[in-house]
Design a protein around this ligand. Structure first.
Ligand code: ADP
Length: 158
């Protein structure tokens, strides 16, 4: 029963994130979506709301649990007896940061593997920050996020 952790800021959760969760859930019996508090990134949505939105969006995927955290990722992984960290890769530009993170995490605990799922073509240009920018400028984010997220964006940016 390998548990995988998919960590991120999820500010807010997009269809690209959900696609990774769905695919991770087909590989692992248990997937923990770990929503990082990440205050230094100045998220638009407070942690509790990012967790609530992810819960709503991912409700139909079996084996998935959403949990907020504000500790070292490796401590979260140990606490939940997970063995794998899942991350999504969009373009080459994601690679350097992800490679560095995976390397540092391996130095912290070499028994935990980071695996990467490449973004589906449809989602490879999709990022939470672009979604916020589009919504902030009055654009339509329907193709990129769940209706609950669209409504939350409209309320937050009003
Ligand atoms: P972080 O602040 O940790 O980068 P994000 O919420 O931005 O958190 O992203 C979490 C993970 O999801 C990262 O591995 C990121 O590359 C991946 N990701 C983000 N958007 C997409 C997408 N459209 N398709 C696939 N993976 C994505």
């Amino acid at each position: 029963m390998t548990t995988a952790v998919y960590p991120g800021t999820f500010d807010p959760i997009t269809n690209g994130h959900s696609d990774i969760v769905r695919r991770a859930a087909s590989l692992f019996p248990r997937v923990l979506v770990a929503v990082a508090d990440n205050v230094r990134k100045h998220p638009l949505f407070p942690l509790a709301q990012r967790v609530a939105l992810a819960n709503e969006v991912l409700a139909d995927i079996e084996g998935v649990t959403v949990i907020g955290f504000n500790t070292l990722l490796m401590d979260f992984v140990h606490q939940h007896k997970a063995l794998v960290i899942v991350r999504g890769l969009r373009a080459l530009s994601d690679f350097e940061y992800e490679f560095q993170m995976a390397g540092m995490n391996r130095r912290l605990d070499a028994s935990i593997e980071t695996i990467f799922l490449t973004a589906s073509e449809r989602d490879s240009y999709l990022s939470a920050s672009l979604v916020k920018e589009i919504a902030g400028l009055g654009g339509d984010v329907t193709p990129f996020v769940h209706p609950a997220v669209k409504a939350a964006l409209a309320a937050a940016l009003r």
